[in-house]
Structure formats: C-alpha cells, structure tokens
Design a protein around this ligand. Sequence first.
Ligand code: DX5
Ligand code: ZN
Length: 222
Amino acid sequence: MLSERIKIAPSILSADFSNLKSQIKMVEEAGADLIHIDVMDGHFVPNITVGPMIVKAVNDITDLPLDVHLMISNPDFFLSEFVNSGADYISVHFETCSHLHQTVKKIKSFKKVKAGVAINPNTSITNLEDILPELDFVLVMSVNPGFSGQLFITNTLEKISSMKKMINERKLLVEIEVDGGINPKNAKEVIKAGATILVAGNSIFKQKDIQSAVRAFKRLEV
Ligand code: DX5
Ligand code: ZN
C-alpha cells in the first residue's frame, strides 16, 4: 500500500461534467486524498475551464480538500474569491507573477490555505530558490499546461530529484506535487524522485472503472 504521506489528487479536468457529483463521490469513496481543479483563462494557457463558481460547487459536493491550480494571468485579483469558494491548496504559476513574494504572502494571509508555486516544464527550479522557505508545496509540471491526456515529459524526473535535494539541503518541509501524464505505471518513479502529491486526470477519470483506477494508485508499493 502507498504510504500515507503520498496523496492522490484526481484532476476533474478529465471528468464527465454532466455527472460531476457522482464522479467526485466515486473518487472520494475509492480513497482519493485531494480534488485537483484546473483553472484556465485562455490567456496564460490556450484553454478555458472553470472559475470560483465551480470550485464552490465542488466544495459543496465533497469533504476532500480542494487543490486549486491557477493557470491564469494576474492570479492576485482572484485569490480571495477562490479562498471564499473553498480552496484549501492554491498554486500560482511562477510565469504569471511579477511579484511572486507578494502573491505568496497574500495566499498565506488566508491562514488555512496551503501556498504553492507551479513551474512549467521549461522553467528552471532555480527560480524557486528564494521563495522556497515561504511555500507549503511546489507544483512541477510534467506536461505543458492547458490540456489533460498528454504524455509525461520524462526529464521531469531529474527535475523532481533536484527539487527534492534543494528542499532537503535547506531542511524545509515543502511538498512536491507533480502534474501531467501520471499513471500507475510511471507513478512509482515520480514518487521515488521525491513527489508526495500526484495529480492524475486521464488515468483516473477516462478509465472504464474510475474507482479501480484510484485504487491502482493507492495499491502501489514504493
Ligand atoms: C494540465 C493540468 C493537469 C491535467 C492533468 O494543464 O494542469 O492537471 O488535468 O491531466 P492528465 O493527468 O491527463 O495529464
Ligand atoms: Zn493541474
């Protein structure tokens, strides 16, 4: 069985939105740890998805913590709205923040919310060096953000290991979340590299049996 410190975060981007409630209940019952919600603005990424209204609806459906991944320009404008809608984890993209320290401080000012910074596949982890002590988690993208169902970019594994090393050297308790192209086959390597939060869209919601897909992750021996 997967150790308790590893969290599985199904991404509803791949869910059937006409049956969102039952799909979320299914992953919850099967042992999901977080619900990952991808917020896209059609500006930072070439896709538009959901906003605070849907986050609130999901919050009404489930007791699981909500992991809100903001792929939007100027995230500062919307932070309080997402918090009021029930976000428990919020990540902003490094590439969208001209005043990252200020943005992270703002997230942390909402006491109970965990603050994270996401980086695109071509963004170096060195960009996170100064902000790291302020963070609860970093989100390493293993695909280019915008769509579910893409292939895992394999050199992300090295990036996760280096990130883990950077965190350990500073004796910090920052978690590493990885997002994009994760399935039960490559999950072991992602965990071994240092990730403790695994996002999974297609490998859960696009499977015939959504619950066994969640359990396949939970059964992994790492
Ligand atoms: C991509 C999103 C991901 C996506 C993951 O921009 O951030 O959360 O939903 O989906 P899969 O697991 O199918 O790559
Ligand atoms: Zn995501």
